[in-house]
Ligand binder design. Structure first.
Ligand SMILES: [Ca+2]
Ligand SMILES: [Ca+2]
Ligand SMILES: [Ca+2]
Length: 298
C-alpha cells in the first residue's frame, strides 16, 4: 500500500511517500523528495516489475522539481517521475518533463495494458502548460507510446490531472482509460470534462497538432512488435479522405518499439490540414493501425 504525504515539510515541502505491507501493515520503506517543493506524494501508483526482481515497482511524481538548463541555469517546476523499486524504495530510473513550469508528474496512473503486450502501461499528467499534456508510457520498457498536446484540446485547462483505468470498454481486450479535466470550461465555469480513450495496438503522435510551414513536422509511431516493419501514410487532406492515400515513409520499429520521422513542411501546405496514420505489426501479430492524427499547417 502506498501513502503520499505531499505536505511533509521538515525541509521545505520535499514531500514523502510511504510503502506499507498489505498483510502486516508494517512500513516497508519511505521515499523523500529531493528538492524543496518537490511535493512528492501528490501522485503515486504501482506499476509492473521494471527491474525484473519479481516485485511490482512504484511511480512517484515530483512535479515541483527544477532541472538544469543550458540557457537559464535552472528551469523551475519542470517535474520528474521517480521509478522506485517496490522491494526497497531505491530509485531505478527517472522520467523527466521537457519544459519549464510543465509540472510533469502532478498525476500518475497505472491504466492497464493499453497496447496488448501483456504488461500494464501508465500515464503521467502535467500542469497547465500549453506545450505540455498527458504522456502515455509503455510499462514494458518505459518508452513514450503517445503524447497529448494540450494546445490541441480546446477549453481544457488542467487536461490530464486525473487519470484512471477504465477496464476494457470496447471489448477488444486492450485496456481503455479515462482522463479528467476538473477545471474544463467547455460546459460552463468549472463544469469539468471527462475524456475516455480506447487502447490501441499501435500509436501515432505528432509532435504538435499545429506546425508552421518551413518548420519541422515529426511523427512518432510506437507500441507495436519490436524490430518490425512499419509505414506512415497521409490519408486525409482538409478533412477529405485521400484516394489513394499517400505513402510518406517505410521504416521499422526499433528494439523499444518506437520509430520517428521528421520532414520540413513545404509552404504549399499553409492553411491546410493533413490526417496521418501509421501501420505496423501488432505485439500479438497481424497488421496493426493507429488512429488518424490531424495536423494543421500555418
Ligand atoms: Ca521490481
Ligand atoms: Ca502494455
Ligand atoms: Ca479496449
Amino acid at each position: 500500500m502506498l501513502v503520499g504525504a505531499a505536505g511533509s515539510d521538515k525541509t521545505g515541502y520535499l514531500g514523502r511517500v510511504y510503502a506499507f505491507s498489505g498483510t502486516s501493515h508494517k512500513q516497508l520503506f519511505y521515499f523523500d523528495g529531493v528538492q524543496p517543493f518537490d511535493q512528492v506524494g501528490t501522485a503515486v501508483d504501482s506499476i509492473p516489475d521494471v527491474n525484473g526482481d519479481g516485485t511490482p515497482d512504484v511511480l512517484v511524481g515530483a512535479h515541483g522539481t527544477d532541472l538544469p538548463s543550458a540557457s537559464n541555469g535552472f528551469d523551475s517546476d519542470v517535474g520528474v517521475v521517480h521509478v522506485l523499486s517496490g522491494c526497497d524504495g531505491s530509485v531505478l530510473t527517472r522520467l523527466h518533463g521537457l519544459h519549464e513550469d510543465q509540472l510533469f508528474g502532478i498525476s500518475v496512473g497505472n491504466l492497464g495494458d493499453i497496447n496488448g503486450d501483456g504488461t500494464e502501461d501508465f500515464a503521467v499528467g502535467t500542469g497547465p502548460d500549453v506545450e505540455g499534456g498527458c504522456v502515455l508510457y509503455s510499462g514494458r520498457n518505459l518508452t513514450r507510446l503517445y503524447q497529448f498536446d494540450r494546445s490541441c484540446t480546446p477549453y481544457s485547462v488542467n487536461f490530464g490531472w486525473v487519470l484512471h483505468p477504465a477496464g476494457d470498454v470496447t471489448g477488444d481486450s486492450l485496456a481503455d482509460w479515462i482522463l479528467t479535466d476538473s477545471y474544463s470550461l467547455a460546459h460552463g465555469p468549472l463544469a469539468g470534462q471527462t475524456f475516455a480513450f480506447a487502447g490501441n495496438d499501435l500509436f501515432l503522435w505528432p509532435q504538435s497538432c499545429k506546425v508552421k510551414v518551413g518548420f519541422p513536422l515529426t511523427l512518432h509511431v510506437a507500441g507495436g512488435a519490436a524490430s518490425s516493419p512499419a509505414a506512415m501514410f497521409a490519408v486525409q487532406f482538409d478533412g477529405v479522405p485521400m484516394s489513394p492515400p499517400a505513402l510518406l515513409s517505410i521504416g521499422a520499429l526499433d528494439s523499444l518499439s518506437t520509430w520517428q520521422e521528421t520532414w520540413t513542411v513545404p509552404s504549399i501546405l499553409a492553411g491546410h490540414s493533413v490526417g496521418f496514420i501509421g501501420f505496423g505489426i501488432g505485439v500479438r501479430g497481424g497488421i496493426a493501425d493507429t488512429t488518424i492524427e490531424t495536423v494543421a499547417f500555418e
